[in-house]
Write a protein that binds this ligand. Structure first.
Ligand code: THU
Length: 160
């Protein structure tokens, strides 16, 4: 028997002034998208913005449903739109902001497991890392240099 250690490396930025300009701007897109969330049940609003290698910016917000499981997270709303609209473009960066309605949340909120699995599919497909920046509604921003770094031991097409 031997033990295997798996490590993830994250960068933590104190505020958006520390971010590269284009990422600060992408996070602003995510914040605008968050305000368009349709979340009457959870009242928890999430916004996501993607930067594609063709320069396009795609945004998404969570879209809920009276039949709860039919709703979709912000990250998947955005990435499925990007995949449908620009199937040949690579996703370079993703910015995510999340927090309860009418509340300030300074804790960085990472994408849920289902969203990580979804983003992983596109990262594998495009053979290029997707950098992920996530935050609450204000305060620190956390960066992962790739989705794989957030999803160790991921399941992908290589197992099929
Ligand atoms: N949500 C997201 O949009 N992204 C995540 O990564 C986690 C959760 C949404 C789903 C639901 O509308 C609300 O937040 C509460 O779970």
């Amino acid at each position: 028997m031997k033990e295997i250690r798996i490590e993830s490396k994250l960068s933590v930025y104190d505020n958006s002034n520390e971010l590269p300009n284009h990422i600060a701007s992408l996070m602003e897109n995510a914040k605008e998208a968050r305000l368009k969330a349709y979340a009457p049940y959870s009242k928890f609003l999430v916004g996501a913005a993607l930067l594609l290698d063709n320069g396009e910016i795609i945004t998404g917000s969570n879209q809920e449903n009276a039949s709860y499981p039919s709703g979709l997270c912000a990250e998947r709303t955005a990435i499925y739109y990007a995949g449908a609209q620009y199937p040949d473009a690579k996703i370079v960066s993703m910015a995510i902001t999340a927090g309860a309605q009418n509340n300030i949340n300074t804790t960085p909120i990472p994408p849920c497991g289902a969203c990580r699995q979804t983003i992983a599919e596109y990262e594998v497909k495009q053979e290029f890392p997707i950098e992920i920046y996530f935050m609450g509604t204000s305060g620190k921003i956390v960066k992962s240099h790739s989705l794989a770094n957030l999803l160790p031991l991921g399941f992908d097409r290589s197992f099929l």
